[in-house]
Design a protein. Structure first.
Ligand code: NI
Length: 183
């Protein structure tokens, strides 16, 4: 299956609520998942939700070993999750930098629940349930948000911590100029 174009922020599809998958183990679902896996791999993504390729179905994929977009993260097993649900474990949240293939070249500082249980099904209809924390929990919350039409910039509380990755993480930009009034 070829990688599909990824919709970018501003596209109305990304604001829609996706519909539950009604039938498992079908050629249509297998094709969708294959397209999503190819699309995520081609873009070096850590996760992808079906609406990002214009399909309003409740399907997400995530996982990586050594991801160039997130080089310092622990690996997350490659997972396909259909009709996912998230249950936070406690009220504790933590904030971290987050990106999205639909918001290219940018990063934002996003609060998420630190520990969650997620449940759903694999494409054959077998139940999946995991208790996770940290970056793994973050990725799942990010992807499931896509199914409800929410992009991570909507979760940012401090908009001074949203910008282009290149500028945000360029230490040389922090040096103040000798000339007052210039930047
Ligand atoms: Ni995303």
């Amino acid at each position: 299956m070829p990688a599909q174009p990824i919709l970018r922020i501003g596209h109305p599809c990304l604001l829609q609520t996706a519909l539950p998958v009604a039938e498992f183990n079908t050629p249509e679902l297998d094709t969708l998942v294959a397209d999503m896996l190819d699309t995520m791999a081609a873009a070096d993504g850590a996760g992808l939700a079906a609406p990002q390729i214009g399909v309003l179905q409740r399907v997400v994929i995530f996982g990586f070993e050594n991801n160039p977009r997130y080089p310092e993260r622990d690996p997350v097993a490659l997972t396909v999750l259909v009709n996912p649900e998230i249950q936070p474990l406690g009220d504790e949240t933590e904030s971290d930098w987050e990106g999205c293939l639909s918001v290219p070249e940018m990063r934002g500082w996003v609060p998420r629940y630190r520990r969650i249980i997620y449940r759903g099904f694999d494409p054959q209809g077998q139940p999946v349930e995991r208790e996770v924390e940290g970056f793994h929990a973050r990725v799942v919350q990010h992807e499931v948000d896509h199914l409800d039409g929410i992009l991570y910039p909507q979760r940012i509380e401090d908009m001074t911590k949203f910008g282009f990755e290149k500028e945000l993480f360029d230490d040389s930009l922090e040096e103040t100029s000798d000339v007052e009034g210039s930047c």
